[in-house]
Design a protein around this ligand. Structure first.
Ligand code: NAP
Length: 318
């Protein structure tokens, strides 16, 4: 019985491996547009695809980021300045891409740009704090996608949306997790609509990685700023002891528990763009695979119990 079961599972993985290792043809003629290439995953992916001979159209937020990227890559790679919260900037970038891809269309669109600040306890924030993150991480993804979609459809290409394991389970307050849940929902409906046109949509769900977005010093100073700004009522409920416990939890999450090797994520993105049979979802990082994804399938009472920390219980709580 066990023998048959193990053989069956082995056969499944062998077949999956064989299917997924098949690469699309003429990669060197294909254009890929990536947002948020100044740093982190976007920057590494741009360099990785450039080395592979693909035509990379890298969108950066700043001219400095774009110049630094061009210095590290071949002449094939071109850059454009794009702020995903600005409609005019998106329209201009789309026209720029159109001029480059011509009748071939755009093979790959990677929605990678993102921010994570301000994040913190929900009650310490206001509507604008939530909107700031949603503008970039969710509405930015939606507007860039809608704008580039005719070009992607022409190439029967790929849309790769960078979500997070925090799009599966919400572990802190603010707009970040909400935005990533939104990216998951948007990608799901997009995938179902676009399959009729030969366009494939993949979602990347990294765990915690060491990039600018997860820099613990930046998060520390923002949480302290939120605390300083909070009303006296909030400060009375969540006292200084809570603030210190919250900061030390944050230090563990963004420090010790985060992964250094960003290629674990960019390899997934590359596979989604180059494999004939890309996956629908890619989880990257040991924490995503072994902790957060299994946790997201647990009954809520169990996952809540795992996150319950007596040290994080405000003194004034019941
Ligand atoms: N690192 C992680 O642990 C982690 C985990 C899960 C998911 N992710 C996701 O992965 C993606 C990439 O993040 P990362 O970790 O590589 O962090 P990162 O190094 O901070 O990269 C984010 C990029 O987005 C750019 N950006 C910010 N606001 C923008 C805007 N309005 N328009 C265009 N570009 C903008 C940033 O430009 P500047 O550098 O000039 O600000 C930066 O280049 C994000 O969507 C993030 O949510 C990250």
């Amino acid at each position: 019985m066990w023998f048959y079961l193990v053989t069956l599972v082995g056969l499944y993985y062998l077949l999956r491996w064989y299917r997924e290792k098949q690469v699309v043809s003429n990669l060197q003629e294909k254009h890929v547009f990536i947002t948020g290439c100044d740093s982190g995953f976007g920057n590494l992916l741009a360099r990785q695809l450039d080395r592979r001979g693909m035509k990379v159209l890298a969108a950066c937020l700043t001219e400095k980021g774009a110049a630094e990227l061009r210095n590290k890559t071949s002449d094939r790679l071109e850059t454009v300045i794009l702020d995903v919260t600005n409609t005019e900037s998106i329209v201009a970038a789309t026209q720029w891409v159109k001029e480059r891809v011509g009748n071939r269309g755009l093979w790959g669109l990677v929605n990678n740009a993102g921010i994570s600040i301000p994040s913190g306890p929900n009650e310490w924030m206001n509507k604008e704090d939530f909107a700031k993150i949603l503008e970039v991480n969710l509405l930015g993804v939606i507007e860039v996608t809608l704008s580039m979609l005719p070009l992607v459809r022409k190439a029967k290409g790929r849309v790769v949306n960078v979500s997070s394991i925090l799009g599966r389970i919400s572990v802190f307050g603010g707009g970040y997790c909400i935005s990533k849940y939104g990216v998951e929902a948007f990608s799901d409906s997009l995938r179902r609509e676009l399959c009729y046109f030969g366009v494939k949509v993949a979602i990347i769900e990294p765990g915690f990685f060491q990039t600018a977005i997860s820099n613990s010093d930046r998060h520390f100073s923002h949480v302290k700023m939120l605390w300083d700004r909070a009303s006296s009522e909030v400060k009375e409920i969540y006292d200084k002891k809570f603030l210190l416990s919250y900061l030390s939890e944050l230090k563990i999450l963004l420090g010790k528990m985060s992964t250094e090797d960003l290629s674990l994520v960019t390899d997934c993105m590359e596979h989604a763009l180059t494999s004939r049979h890309p996956r629908t979802r890619y989880s990257a990082g040991w924490d995503a695979k072994l902790f957060y994804i299994p946790l997201s399938y647990l009954p809520t009472c169990l996952s809540d119990a795992l996150f319950y920390r007596s040290s994080l219980k405000p003194d004034k709580a019941l």
